[in-house]
Design a protein around this ligand. Structure first.
Ligand SMILES: C[S@@+](CC[C@H](N)C(=O)[O-])C[C@H]1O[C@@H](n2cnc3c(N)ncnc32)[C@H](O)[C@@H]1O
Length: 292
């Protein structure tokens, strides 16, 4: 997947829509904040502009190189969100338009974020939510079927709010905000609409398509998606976003050690002395008479 070619030039709206996320994150001067899946560093730069010390992490070396070149005052590092390690815990982890690409094991990503945060640290993010790009995906699936191809490989994780909330809470976060909202987004610079979108964001699905079928297949995707997504003003992507803010819970205090059991001389002698024959000793409920 070549994010570097299309990402900032043709589909800049990904970053543009991330703008208010920085307000939800509310970076404070001097805070140490990770931007996970930082891409070319546009969101990292917004965070840094509020005076925080930012470390951008991305799994694509081209992205890290571009981010470093574009943002000389900010640190960037190559790392997979499922496995990255840092030397010191940080105050917040933020992520814009990236978590839905981290499909191998979303729980592992959340666990890494948890480990990277100090207790009380914030995890703030926006990702594609359940129903994201449903029209685009349906157009792809139909076109693939029409051309006798297998199901297209869709490279995203679009969780429902309930699913993602459960994951965060089970991983040790306290959820402060969770929004699941439609966000129709103008494809401002992808002139060929759904076809351009597939090329940019579903390249993995196209990789298995015989080269001579790619153009007619994408034309069919456009034809199928147009009724829902092409407007007078141009193409609109049917985005549905999941936006959340969570806080790492304090670590549970260690279990107190059980106090030592004092020696009980009576118990010791009772164990040695067999009970005297006779009526059973009185006990609570003995006055109730015979069992009914
Ligand atoms: C749509 S871009 C978003 C970039 C940036 N957050 C922004 O808002 O401008 C998604 C980014 O996630 C990165 N990414 C995808 N999977 C990743 C993973 N497992 N670990 C780290 N980064 C990953 C991609 O390389 C890409 O740069």
């Amino acid at each position: 997947m070549n994010w570097a070619v299309t990402y900032d030039s043709a589909f800049g709206y990904v970053s543009a829509h991330g703008a208010p996320l920085v307000d939800l994150l509310d970076p404070q001067p001097g805070e140490r904040i990770i931007d996970l899946g930082c891409g070319t560093g546009a969101f990292s730069a917004e965070i840094a502009a509020r005076g925080a010390e930012v470390l951008g992490i991305d799994g694509n070396p081209d992205m890290v190189a571009q981010a470093s070149a574009l943002n000389p005052g900010i640190s960037f590092m190559l790392g997979d969100a499922h496995t990255f390690t840092i030397t010191d815990v940080c105050d917040a982890v933020a992520s814009n338009a990236a978590l839905h690409w981290m499909t191998r094991d979303p729980d592992a990503v959340i666990a890494q974020v948890h480990a990277a945060l100090r207790p009380g640290g914030r995890f703030v993010g926006e990702l594609g939510g359940e129903g994201n790009c449903a029209e685009l995906v349906a157009a792809m699936q139909t076109a693939w079927r029409v051309f006798g191809l297998g199901e297209p490989e869709l490279p995203w994780y679009f969780p429902s709010p309930a699913e993602y909330a459960t994951k965060l809470e089970e991983a040790g976060f306290s959820l402060r905000l969770l929004e699941h909202a439609e966000r129709p987004s103008q494809m401002t610079e992808g002139p060929n609409g759904a076809a351009d979108w597939v090329r940019a964001y579903a390249a993995r699905a196209l990789a298995d398509v015989p080269p001579e079928l790619v153009e007619p297949l994408l034309t069919r995707v456009n034809d199928l998606a147009a009724p829902a997504l092409r407007r007078e003003s141009g193409w609109v992507a049917d985005y549905v976003r999941l936006r959340f803010a969570a806080v790492r819970k304090p670590d549970a205090p260690p279990m107190p050690e059980a106090p030592p059991v004092p020696p009980n001389p009576q118990a010791a002698s009772a164990a040695e002395t067999p009970p005297a024959p006779g009526p059973a000793p009185a006990s609570a409920g003995a006055h109730d008479g015979p069992a009914r």
